[in-house]
Structure formats: C-alpha cells, structure tokens
Design a protein around this ligand. Structure first.
Ligand SMILES: [Zn+2]
Ligand SMILES: [Zn+2]
Length: 299
C-alpha cells in the first residue's frame, strides 16, 4: 500500500519567493485530493508534476484568502485542458458564491461540473479507497482540519478458513463483507476477515492548539501541523487562532504520530531552524515542510 503527499505551499498569509501559499496534495491509487488552494497553487501543481486530471476533490480548510484564492485560476486551467470529469469542492459556506461571482465577472464557464459541498460541521466523505474527513478546529469562523485515510481491502484469515475446509471460491464473498452459508453453517465476515490499517494523514489547517487535532491524528503516519509562530509569540498566536512550533511538537507527541511536518510559517521568519528546534524538543520526528517536498508513505 502506498500514498503520496506533496507540500505545495508553506507560507502564512502572504507568499515569499520560496514559499507559496498553503496547499497540499494527497494521492492514493489514482485519486488525488488537494487540500487548500492558496493563490498560485496551480503553478505549484505544475512544478510538482502532478497531473491536473488526478485532482478529484479539493478540500478547503477555511475561507481565508491564503487558503482559497487559487481556486478560480486552477479551475480555469483545468478547463483549458478540456477536463470533462466532475470536480468536488468541500469547504465552508461562501465558496459557491465566490466561484459563481468569479466565473460571472470573468465570463467563464468550466468545461466540467463543479460540485460544491458547503459544510458547517464535521463531515466524512467516502471516496474510492479513501475516507476523507473534515473536522472543526479553533481558528476563525468555520475552520476545519482535514483527515485522509486509505481503506485497504479486508484480509481473509486463511488458516481459519483452511482449517474448516471452506472452499477458496467462497473466500472472496467473505472478503467483501457478505455472510456465506456453507454446510448448514452461516459464516460471518467479521469472524473470518480483518481490516488492515490504512495510511492516515492529518492536516491541521489553521488552528490554535486543538484537542480535536490530537484525537483525529492519533497514530497517524503523518501530521501536517501549522506552526505560524515561535513560542515567544505564544499568546499572540493563540489569540489569532494559530499555533507555535512548540505547540505542534506537543500535539504530535500526544497523538503519537509517526512523523510531523511543520508548516504555515509567518513571513516574519526567514530562517526556520528555531521552528525545528522548538518542535523537536517535544517530538523527535519533526521536520520542516518545504515547498515541493514529496513524502512517500508505504505500509
Ligand atoms: Zn492561513
Ligand atoms: Zn486562516
């Protein structure tokens, strides 16, 4: 099992020459999910070598410009490429209106259907082989963290089935969750199959330290957590609905994730070494997210 994760932009609020605005991309078995779409995301998608057609869903954590303003341009580019496949956008209320106005003013109509699912509370969206969940965090208005988890096929307990002498032709049905009658006995799928763990990635969105992120990220393969400030600005960070690198380290350690990527750096910081030092004091496997970084997760 394998999934890809790309960091497309790591800057908070305003871009820097080497830091684009927030956007991340997760891909598993041909299904791509773009998380946030700051202005200029389409360039980053190109630079990363991601095919636009792979993007099936765009999840927007919240409606601040640095996470949203790239949408109209990206959709227009997808359209120029004569995309026909539907696109699903999930995010807080207002996105539909924002797109409608953008398209109206620029007299543009996409070449494909754009569905916008506006949410005000947590939601779980099943995709092919992936569960996408958006859950509330502590930032501004409706703000969400994003959790993606692959859903592997159930595995059969071969020894148990062989021991009973159940013929192989019936195994597949059990694996698909069906009950099977055999020799007058009803075999239940939960008795003979088990669900292997998927690959789990959680993105905090913008947020002050949040219990819910810890809960959702528990045991995750990768936590991408905002670290807008350093801890000497802790009070201001929390007041503005943001976290420090120290907060991110503590959260990763409490959630017992396998790897932490810090991101969403305030443009006041050129050198990010202190971010890394701060987080690593609490969590050893912390790294600095950088634009166009690619993480391959295998399980
Ligand atoms: Zn932001
Ligand atoms: Zn924000």
């Amino acid at each position: 099992m394998k999934a890809l994760f790309y960091v497309l932009g790591t800057s908070a609020a305003t871009p820097k020459p080497k830091r684009a605005l927030p956007s991340y991309y997760f891909e598993h078995e041909g299904i791509g999910i773009l998380m946030d779409c700051g202005e200029g995301t389409q360039f980053q998608v190109m630079k990363a070598g991601i095919g636009f057609s792979k993007i099936k869903v765009i999840a927007i954590s919240h409606n601040h410009g640095d996470h949203l303003l790239g949408l109209p341009g990206l959709i227009e580019t997808m359209s120029m490429g004569s995309r026909k496949e539907d696109l699903l956008i999930i995010g807080p209320p207002g996105i539909k209106e924002f797109l409608e106005v953008s398209f109206k003013v620029t007299t543009f109509a996409p070449s494909f259907k754009v569905y916008v699912l506006e949410i005000t509370e947590e939601v779980e969206v099943p995709l092919r082989g992936i569960k996408l969940k958006m859950f509330p965090v502590k930032h501004h208005g409706y703000s969400f963290g994003i959790r993606v988890e692959t859903v592997p096929k159930r595995k059969v307990n071969k020894e148990k089935l062989e021991e009973l002498g159940v013929p192989k032709r019936l195994w597949g049905r059990l694996q698909q969750g069906e009950e099977v009658e055999w020799k007058g006995r009803v075999l239940k799928p939960e008795e003979f199959t088990w669900q292997p763990q998927g690959i789990k990635v959680v993105y905090s969105g913008d947020t002050a330290p949040c219990e819910r992120v810890i809960e959702e990220a528990r045991g995750a393969d990768l936590l991408v957590h905002e670290a807008t400030f350093l801890s000497d600005m802790e009070e201001e960070a929390h007041e503005r609905g943001h976290s420090t690198a120290k907060d991110a380290g503590i959260i990763a350690s409490e959630a017992k994730v396998k790897m932490l990527l810090l991101t969403h750096y305030s443009s006041r910081y050129e050198d990010l070494r202190r971010h890394l030092d701060e987080a690593r004091r609490f969590f050893e496997y912390a790294y600095l997210a950088q634009d166009l970084m690619k993480v391959v997760i295998k399980k």
